[in-house]
Ligand binder design. Structure first.
Ligand SMILES: [Zn+2]
Ligand SMILES: [Zn+2]
Length: 366
């Protein structure tokens, strides 16, 4: 069973063969039909993510078809539906302990200190080896939360992979921002994460949804998902953008702002686009990317602004992402601008690194 293996940072992934694993009770062997190439995969490949063990199989966003079900009781998805050989599924990329302070008391399993993620935390040198999505097959452990896609029919699996990562993370960020009907919302950066933020803000009844990005194709998708004001970084100054937000909000500023860029620098601008008493959520910067100075008095305290981080997601956010895809299937399909075979995994990473692709997807067994 072939997989694209990261053996050293900044070097090409190597296609390696692994033996077909012997499944334990409750485990699933899944044939990967679509593996999302996430921005964080590029950081891992470059050695910028402190969590990366070597050698490892990249890829934490996957959709696939069950090839084999481990021994034991009937396997069910989170809705109680049967999981059998041939069932198309998506799954929660994270495994959490369920019994620590964060899981059991605070109900924040995304912050569980024992949380681990397929394609991020585990090396592939030990059996069952197949624990990342840049592969023909993956083994899902018994604790994995699975959602059957049996009722989705002939869906483009590549359009669904982001539901498990950026779509779910964006759902968590929007929940934390507590967007209400009539709120004005600014989204800085409309890659996959920001596009989901736009869709959720619209679904929650926002008044204006203002999208900021430097790539016209991304801004077009943002418009299709409900952004009514789009600001191109190449055609506007910071002053222009502030004027645009203020004039859309009677001089008050946005109720909520989101950093979905992946760097901390836009945060300073974002804080100034949010109104007094508003909320600003930084969700894009998912690996260490340096620091920025913040004027605590003017930007935070005087405004009584809530500065909120959003880290990954809980399982319910994946269901929310799937629901928003179901409302806009064509947009989420066209968000996938680049598709690759497994042996083109390096080209897929390069397309994301060069920011050519809005979303690149590897289709190992298309
Ligand atoms: Zn991801
Ligand atoms: Zn826990």
């Amino acid at each position: 069973m072939k997989a694209a293996v990261l053996t050293s940072f900044k070097a090409p992934l190597e296609i390696q063969e692994f033996p077909r694993p012997k499944l334990g009770p409750g485990e699933l062997l899944v044939r990967i039909t679509a593996a999302g190439v996430c921005g964080s995969d590029v950081h891992m490949w470059l050695g910028e993510d402190p969590r990366t063990p070597l050698p490892m199989i990249l890829g934490h966003e996957g959709v696939g078809v069950v090839e084999e079900v481990g021994p034991g009781d009937q396997k069910k998805d989170i809705y109680g539906r049967a999981i059998r050989e041939g069932t198309p599924i998506i799954w929660d990329r994270a495994i959490v302990c369920g019994s620590c302070y964060f899981c059991a008391i605070k109900r924040l399993p995304n912050l569980c200190p024992f949380r681990w993620v397929y394609g991020i935390h585990k090396g592939c040198s030990q059996p069952p080896h197949l624990n990342g999505c840049y592969a023909e097959y993956i083994v899902l452990v018994r604790e994995t939360k699975v959602i059957s896609l049996a009722d989705w029919g002939e869906t483009d699996h590549a359009a669904l992979v982001s539901a498990g990562c950026s779509g779910a993370t964006a759902a968590n960020a929007v929940e934390l921002a507590d967007i209400r009907i009539g709120d004005n919302v600014v989204v800085q950066g409309v890659g996959p994460l920001g596009l989901y933020l736009v869709a959720y803000a619209r679904a929650r009844g926002a008044n204006h949804v203002i999208a900021i990005d430097g790539v016209p194709a991304r801004l077009q998708l943002a418009s299709r998902l409900g952004a009514d004001i789009v600001l191109d970084l190449g055609k506007t100054s910071a002053e222009d953008r502030k004027d645009a937000v203020l004039s859309a909000t009677y001089g008050i500023g946005a109720d909520a702002g989101f950093e979905a860029v992946g760097r901390p620098e836009p945060i300073l601008e974002g804080l100034q686009l949010v109104r007094r008493g508003g909320t600003y959520v930084s969700v894009g910067t998912a690996v260490p990317m340096g620091t920025i100075p913040i004027d605590a008095y003017h930007h935070i305290v005087l405004k009584q602004l809530r500065l909120q981080g959003a880290w990954t997601n809980d399982t319910r956010h994946i269901a929310e992402a799937l629901s928003v895809i179901q409302q806009h299937p064509d947009v989420f399909s066209s968000l996938v601008t680049h598709r690759f075979a497994l042996d083109q995994a390096n080209e897929a990473l390069a397309a994301m690194e060069r920011r050519e692709a809005i979303k690149a997807v590897i289709e190992p067994t298309r």
